[in-house]
Design a protein around this ligand. Structure first.
Ligand code: ZN
Length: 506
């Protein structure tokens, strides 16, 4: 972490944040503030945990804090301050209720705190207060009690796409992406000025609205560009809204050719689904399409650059308001499965606009999740071969030594996977950013498999924590959600962490 206060760079950053707030013309190049940071108060031996809104409401604030602090040795609460549509767990539901919490099926979307409307003057997304828990204000209810115990309170602002937000937030469908066939989807567009102003308004409302209660912000959005989404089978390629089209034209990218390229690519993948093999095979045919329409990759970069531009601008804004408070990002687990997404989530870029990164290295759930991604690859880009046929090559590309394909779901991924991803991140950020691997404690897979799926046991938690800190992690985030964790596994985390920290201090 650079601790020299570079005033000129800092003022440049504030100016950038100001331009962002006043919604002036979009810059043509991604705005990435390469800033010499003022000192950021990073806690040593950082242990965070994500806590859903309903957990506080159902179990009681003190009870949850007791569990995470005494059992889990957590020192930093990542409380959801915004939900894209959280659902209480059920005893035999797809994500089973563990040995704490209350069953239910309510869906809650929106903000779990009160905000001043002045921060949302520049956006049509003004009314997003979640009414579901009786206007429970998680910041006022939890932060003072956490601080009284010596813990920090981070706002966990997770901005995944969801149809729940379309229903809960007035005008939300207005900011959605437009796919290659001109239809809206339920994913907001990062080039839509109203969506950008909404995201920046949230950061302002947290840091300026609760200066004594919010100690930092963890920001996330599990999204990918159109090319990657087609491999992942997530959605039809997007976004082709008027803001994205205008931005492309300004960058000299042909909109009609990008649309034509993506339609042909979709046709090719549809043929793969029918095993309608082109004479030259799938890989060569995809590659030939990329040569014919380089606009396919240009549009993918346009999407990714726009996403990272938003991340950089939110970071700049946060630093302008509260320079010492950590602001960082969650990176979704696909980054550890997809060589394409991995190339885009480039640590040497991300380090310019983050104080910390939480990398989703959920090794138990990672087995079936990786198997699913391998299936996707085999359905599309790599349809010339089956997952078992290209697995060794894939492991070489990704630098993994993991189980054979037919064992992945049952064995999960190893602690070595956690260590390798931690080391790769640490090398990428070159000491400028804190790296917090996400430790898998009962992360659900929600994937149907023929073989029984790996479940977390205390020994797994212990091994992955040792792997993370053994690789040099600056801290960890117990993952995914407190509400999903069995208390014995949470206690295994706490016991192991106390042991590791005692050794490092001794
Ligand atoms: Zn767009």
């Amino acid at each position: 972490m650079i601790s020299i206060f570079d005033r000129r760079a800092f003022l440049r950053l504030c100016a950038a944040a100001g331009a962002f707030l006043s919604r002036k013309a979009e810059p043509q190049e991604p705005l990435v503030p390469r800033v010499s940071r003022s000192p950021v108060k990073n806690r040593k031996d950082y242990v965070g945990i994500q806590v859903r809104g309903f957990a506080w409401v159902d179990e009681g604030v003190e009870q949850v804090l007791d569990n995470i602090q005494l059992k889990g040795d957590v020192n930093t609460v990542w409380a959801y301050t915004f939900s894209y549509g959280e659902q209480r767990l059920q005893k035999n539901g797809p994500i089973p209720l563990p040995d704490h919490g209350k069953p239910g099926n309510s869906i809650a979307a929106g903000a779990f705190y009160d905000y001043d409307p002045k921060y949302f003057q520049n956006t049509i997304l003004k009314d997003f207060r979640c009414p579901v828990y009786g206007k429970f204000n998680v910041i006022e209810a939890v932060a003072p009690k956490a601080k009284a115990r010596g813990m920090d309170f981070f706002a966990w602002d997770l901005n995944n796409a969801s149809s729940a937000l379309n229903n809960a937030v007035a005008n939300y469908p207005e900011v959605s992406e437009i796919d290659v066939y001109g239809r809206r989807n339920n994913r907001p567009c990062f080039n839509n000025p109203d969506y950008r102003a909404f995201l920046s308004g949230k950061v302002e409302s947290l840091l300026s609205g609760y200066p004594d209660l919010v100690d930092g912000i963890a920001w996330g959005s599990e999204r990918m560009g159109p090319f990657e989404n087609m491999i992942g089978g997530v959605t039809l390629p997007s976004c082709f809204c008027r803001f994205c089209r205008a931005k492309a034209r300004a960058l000299g990218i042909s909109v009609p050719r990008a649309q034509a390229g993506y339609r042909e690519l979709e046709q090719l993948y549809q043929n793969a689904a029918l095993n309608n093999r082109p004479e030259d095979g799938y890989f060569v045919s995809v590659w030939r399409l990329l040569l014919k329409y380089p606009e396919i990759l240009s549009w993918e970069s346009l999407w990714t650059n726009s996403y990272q531009e938003v991340q950089a601008q939110l970071y700049g804004l946060a630093k302008a308001i509260a320079p010492a408070k950590p602001f960082g990002f969650h990176i979704m687990q696909t980054m550890t499965f997809s060589p394409f997404f991995r190339a885009e989530e480039d640590y040497t870029k991300l380090r310019d606009f983050s104080d910390f990164l939480k990398i989703a290295t959920y090794n138990n759930a990672g087995g079936p999740r990786m198997a699913k991604y391998l299936n996707r690859l085999s359905d599309t880009f790599f349809h010339d071969a089956t997952p078992p046929e290209f697995l060794e090559f894939y492991y070489q590309i990704m630098n993994y030594h993991e189980a054979p394909y037919d064992k992945l779901a049952t064995t999960g991924l190893s602690p070595d996977y956690v260590a390798r991803e931690t080391r790769r991140a640490l090398v990428g950020v070159a000491g400028e950013v804190q790296i917090y691997p996400g430790i898998d404690i009962d992360v659900p897979t929600l994937i149907k498999t023929d073989a029984p799926v790996k479940h977390t046991a205390p020994a797994d938690v212990r091994a992955s924590l040792k792997a993370a800190f053994g690789a040099g992690a600056n801290g960890v985030i117990l993952s995914r959600e407190y509400a999903e964790m069995w208390l014995a596994n949470l206690a295994a985390a706490g016991n192991t962490l106390r042991e590791i920290f005692a050794q490092s201090r001794g």
